[in-house]
Design a protein around this ligand. Structure first.
Ligand code: ADP
Ligand code: GLC
Length: 526
């Protein structure tokens, strides 16, 4: 199969979070199964600077909304044999501080709608064979709102590739005012409940959710959660309507990048049989942050975007009470300035126990994952989460809220789970600082008073296999299904969703149906 990934991030060319990790590693895993996978990524200036091989221009396109030709540059993903088409529009993907989406103060770039509309139009042209590349995909796999227009644009064509759209985070929908819709010159018929209109706004993500042939999200549990009104970000009605086309495929980890026995970024590589060496990574981390180099003091790590999703506020509320325990903590993150400031203030108040590095550092993320004893992830919601999966492999016991993919990947240290050697971490239910503190205390007690159980948790975590092969097989099976011609003429919603979708997308929700999200067996049983 020939597959084109449409994504705004692919590690190592561009990454702000897990989307970059997934789109940098899943294509290779699919290639290993025999598929021809290529990635279409905006040619951000920072991505061009990270290219390690050659780059050649393979096409130039005229794209509505952009007065310069959009050039298509071909290269390979560094250290992978995955072809990448860089969509070059220098005025839109120029060198900017902050992230591809936000300025350093967390404000969206004012031209984001235009940037990702131009990108999506160029990707759709590539996918339809209009760029003269001599390669057209059988299927386009779009990721998140930034590629949301791609399935919609393709759905306008009779002869087109099949489409799969993956929701990595339903909270990011790409919502813009009506004027933006007009300025982008999108088809007027799309200003409808069965199109891209969402409560009077333009919704990029609806382009994927309404028009893609199949929808996926990044864990089985999140697939169920987003069909519920309390977790569906206002769009659960549409997802319920399409639940027979919605599949939860658990993300994998790239163990070429995240494996303590072969990680050039950490102080001393180690594995399950050489765990004593993990202590050297802990000592180096303690030294780096000016903490006492005490081997017996539990060290907790937290790495994330500093946003409410990740429970940063819960963590901030919990820290003063946590600091009365004998514990050290290191936080790495960037995001909302109010959270960054609060963490910096707390670190100044508890300099011997708490360090906060506000910024982005791939190297520090690896060193923290290797050096810490525990990894804390108090997310309010978490579509999948990768840091807890990496932590498991590094023998760093995760403490997570029971939500989304965190619930699918971490087994709580209940008495039964410990007895059956299945436990890998600690879970808590309520999104409160009280519940978080309780879970942290439970972990600290086990660490300090029950070394046997702790060793068991570490060993069980390191045994877990979240490699991509399983997820790649599930996607491959789904792609095959998407390529099958429909048995009968399809009742919408490819181009014209039914009245019911229109009703549901309008927010007037039907009663909860009893249908369950179909999950492919290999990924549902985690
Ligand atoms: P999300 O995609 O919601 O941010 P994930 O857990 O799926 O969450 O993935 C986060 C990825 O981004 C991980 O690889 C993590 O190590 C990385 N990451 C997040 N914040 C930082 C940071 N400040 N510095 C370095 N890496 C970071
Ligand atoms: C999103 C989610 C995260 C997920 C990642 C990769 O950013 O917040 O939970 O792991 O995408 O799918």
């Amino acid at each position: 199969m020939k597959i084109l990934f449409a994504t705004s991030e692919a590690y190592p060319l561009s990454k702000t979070g897990g989307l970059g990790d997934v789109c940098g590693s899943l294509p290779s895993a699919l290639q290993a199964l025999g598929d021809d996978v290529r990635v279409a990524l905006p040619a951000y200036q920072h991505a061009l600077e990270r290219v390690t091989g050659g780059v050649r221009e393979v096409a130039a396109l005229t794209v509505p909304g952009h007065d310069q030709p959009v050039r298509v540059l071909e290269t390979l993903l560094p250290e992978r044999a995955v072809p990448v088409y860089l969509i070059s529009a220098p005025a839109l993907f120029d060198d900017r501080p902050g992230t591809p989406y936000h300025d350093p103060d967390g404000r969206e770039w004012p031209d984001n709608a235009l940037r990702f509309a131009v990108y999506s139009r160029a990707v759709a042209a590539l996918a339809l064979g209009q760029a003269g590349l001599g390669w057209t995909p059988d299927l386009v796999h779009g990721h998140d709102w930034t590629a949301g227009l791609v399935p919609a644009l393709l759905a306008q064509h009779e002869r087109r590739p099949a489409t799969v759209f993956t929701v990595h985070n339903l909270a990011h929908q790409g919502l813009y005012p009506r004027e933006t819709f007009d300025q982008l010159g999108l088809p007027p018929a799309w200003w409808a409940l069965d199109g891209l209109e969402f409560y009077g706004q333009l919704s990029f993500i609806k382009g994927g959710l309404v028009f893609a042939d199949w929808l996926t999200t990044v864990s089985p549990n999140y697939a169920r959660e987003i069909c519920r009104p309390d977790m569906g970000c206002g769009i659960d009605g549409l997802l319920r309507h399409r639940r027979d086309r919605l599949v939860g495929v658990l993300n994998g980890a790239d163990y070429d990048v995240w494996d303590p026995s072969n990680d050039p970024l950490i102080t001393r590589p180690y594995g399950p049989d050489t765990l004593a060496r993990k202590a050297e990574n802990k000592r180096a981390l303690q030294r780096l942050f000016g903490f006492a180099e005490a081997p017996g003091t539990p060290l907790i790590a937290h790495i994330s975007r500093l946003v409410p999703q990740k429970g940063t506020d819960l963590l901030i509320e919990t820290i003063p009470r946590l600091m009365s325990e004998q514990v050290q903590m290191v936080v790495l993150g960037r995001g909302e300035p109010r959270f960054a400031q609060a963490l910096t203030d707390l670190a100044a108040r508890y300099p011997r126990q708490l360090a906060a590095y506000v910024g982005y550092s791939e190297e520090l993320a690896h060193r923290m994952t290797a050096g810490a004893d525990m990894f804390c992830m108090p997310s309010r919601f978490e579509p999948c989460g990768l840091n807890q999966i990496y932590s498991l492999r590094y023998g760093t016991v995760p403490i997570v809220r029971r939500t989304g993919g965190l619930a699918d990947t971490v087994v709580d240290a209940s008495a039964e789970a410990v007895a059956s050697d299945a436990a890998t971490g600690f879970q808590f239910e309520q999104a409160t600082s009280h519940a978080l503190l309780e879970a942290l205390r439970r972990a600290l007690r086990t660490y300090g008073q029950d070394a046997k159980t702790w060793r068991q948790l570490v060993a069980a975590g390191m045994r877990q296999d979240f490699s991509w092969e399983r997820g790649a097989r599930a996607y491959q099976a789904l792609y095959r299904q998407a390529l099958q011609p429909p048995a009968q003429p399809e009742p919408a919603p490819r181009s014209r969703p039914s009245a019911r979708v229109r009703r549901e997308a309008s927010g007037r929700l039907p009663r909860e149906t009893s249908g369950r999200v179909p999950l492919p067996p290999p990924v549902a049983k985690v």
